[in-house]
Design a protein around this ligand. Structure first.
Ligand code: ZN
Length: 134
């Protein structure tokens, strides 16, 4: 697969509203988009930090994977997302062939209409890894 850059860093938060003042007022980053991703039962806030985006993830339901993550580990870094130049489907096939455990067998729609797919942290040195393409 061909990675062009880190597309974003996902950060799990209890509340976007409560987390934003830190990112905006202390770090001086600007939130430019807040949206719900119904399929994943989360609300996301996007902040630009140079070429990289920070993606705050707030659960919208107790059975959201983010809610479960917060329960287990608390707030903090959740995943790392790479921008794949030659397509997520192809990258998934390559990861699968390399014996990497896939969370998604096929790309699905994430925040900002990106095509996304996750690799399991058990296969990726503990980092929940998202592959995405615009
Ligand atoms: Zn993400």
């Amino acid at each position: 697969m061909k990675i062009s850059h880190i597309e974003h860093i996902g950060i799990a938060v209890e509340s976007i509203e409560k987390a934003l003042p830190y990112f905006e007022n202390v770090l001086g980053l600007k939130c430019y988009n807040i949206e719900g991703v119904a399929g994943q039962k989360v609300k996301t806030a996007s902040l630009k930090c140079g070429e990289v985006k920070l993606e705050l993830l707030e659960p919208t339901s107790p059975d959201s994977t983010i809610a479960k993550y917060l329960e287990k580990k608390g707030e903090g870094m959740h995943h790392l997302a790479f921008c794949i130049e030659d397509g997520v489907s192809e990258a998934l096939a390559q990861a699968d062939a390399a014996g990497i455990r896939l969370i998604d067998k096929a790309p699905r729609k994430g925040a900002e209409s990106l095509n996304i797919a996750f690799l399991h942290p058990k296969s990726t040195v503990g980092i929940l890894t998202e592959l995405c393409e615009h």
